[in-house]
Design a protein around this ligand. Structure first.
Ligand code: ZSY
Length: 409
């Protein structure tokens, strides 16, 4: 998570889930074929398959089988998937997604962040002076909130923003997918960068639970808690340039991308969705097959790439310069920016030059800040929103080795 400067958010509207009415008139369809696709989330389970057969033919379950199924406390009940809107703040600094917490539900707009693993929220447990317009989680108004005694958390992000607090377990619903004992990390203090972002009510971390900061007992991310109930243990990000996108859970919506999804293995040993970028290209110049490690981070606004790559990019931009007072490369706002191509395996994905003109740094819009900046000092590249919004991205934890999928759209 590293948002950058000023932010004015759009009100987030929950993307309603629609489904065809079961009583819709049946039209004669003649013949149709349903290509069989492997369900990536299918888990072989003999008793469940046998139980489904008994239920399908209306037979009652034999006692032993009924007991076996009962031990799975509904784990084999209706499978699940969900969809939640991701609304951009000004300059797409970050995307906010409505999340319902507690009973009755309290809706907070959270920054879905694949670069961190804490679900933390502005709360009534923090001083009023730190709250400037954000919605606050009030556990005293939730009949299902339970304090996790002696649990605390604190997290510092790459832009030196930080937050800390205490922990409750409560019901959390994201786009229709619900978990009834999610660790909700109620802030007791946040840095000024969070206080000044009036529309961001907290973060929903979707990196790996190994870097969750709750102590003394680490907590699981929302995704890790619901993964076993989803039709497939994956979620997808369809972020867009200057308009609302969508996070889906448990399903790959084939209407949201074109062509094939290219998958690449993830090294989650640092807790991030880290993978190998296979190379890069600038505009129509030859693709450079020089690979580097990067993480897919929906919570970081910009694309932080190896210094040599960034230098080569801005060499193609007349008037571009590294301005340390601004904290990175700037250029004349009228500059005609080349596109940037990144490789995943043999696939190539293009970021239009327009996406790389991030925002003006001055009031008269003369000088603009680049959407591609150097990853110097971080230790790996960060493929943030500037880059992710040019693709449909699958965060897939359905197999032993997690993987990322990228597709054009
Ligand atoms: O802000 C974070 C970030 C996220 C989570 C944690 C963390 C510490 C403990 C648990 O999670 N620490 C970070 O620093 N960026 C982005 C970034 C950008 C620029 C410089 C450094 N980083 C992590 C994803 C890479």
């Amino acid at each position: 998570m590293v948002a950058s400067t000023t932010a004015v958010a759009l009100a987030a509207v929950v993307a309603g889930l629609t489904s065809a009415s079961p009583n819709a008139p049946r039209t004669k369809v003649g013949t149709f074929s349903l290509p069989q696709v492997r369900n990536p989330g299918f888990k072989k389970h003999g008793p469940a398959q046998l139980a489904k057969t008994y239920v399908k033919y209306g037979a009652s379950l034999p006692d032993g089988l009924a007991r076996t199924m009962a031990t799975f406390n509904g784990r084999f009940d209706k499978r699940d998937s969900g969809s939640a809107r991701a609304s951009p703040e000004q300059y797409d600094i970050q995307y906010l997604t409505p999340v319902e917490i507690g009973t009755p539900p309290q809706t907070l707009n959270l920054d879905v962040d694949s670069g961190s693993s804490d679900l933390w929220v502005f709360s009534t447990e923090m001083p009023a002076s730190s709250v400037k317009g954000q919605a606050q989680y009030d556990p005293s108004k939730s009949s299902t909130a339970k304090r996790v005694q002696d649990a605390t958390w604190n997290i510092t992000y790459g832009d030196n923003s930080y937050s800390e607090g205490i922990v409750y377990k409560d019901v959390v619903n994201v786009g229709g997918v619900s978990f009834d004992a999610q660790a909700v990390e109620a802030a007791t203090a946040v840095s000024q960068t969070f206080t000044t972002d009036a529309n961001d009510d907290g973060l929903l971390g979707l990196a790996f639970s190994t870097i969750n900061t709750v102590q003394p007992s680490q907590e699981k991310t929302f995704f890790d808690n619901v993964a076993s109930e989803l039709d497939a243990a994956l979620w997808t990000a369809d972020l867009k340039y200057h308009k609302s996108g969508c996070y889906d859970f448990g399903v790959i919506d084939d209407s949201k991308y074109t062509g094939q999804i290219t998958y690449t293995d993830v090294d989650s040993s640092d807790g991030f969705w880290m993978f190998d970028v296979s190379g890069y290209g600038i505009g129509n110049n030859t693709f450079q097959s020089t690979s580097f490690q990067g993480i897919a981070d929906t919570g970081t606004t910009l694309a932080m790439l190896p210094a040599q790559v960034v230098k080569a990019y801005y060499k193609q931009v007349r008037g571009a310069k590294l301005d340390n007072s601004q904290g990175g490369y700037v250029f004349p706002c009228q500059a005609n920016l080349p596109s940037f191509v990144y490789g995943v395996g043999n696939a190539r994905y293009e970021i239009p030059g327009q996406y790389i003109n991030y925002a003006p740094v001055d009031n008269d819009g003369t000088t603009c800040f680049g959407g591609i900046q150097s990853d110097a000092g971080i230790g790996f590249a960060i493929l943030g929103d500037i880059l992710l919004k040019s693709a449909f991205v699958v965060f897939d934890a359905s197999e032993n080795v997690p993987r990322l999928g990228f597709a054009k759209k």
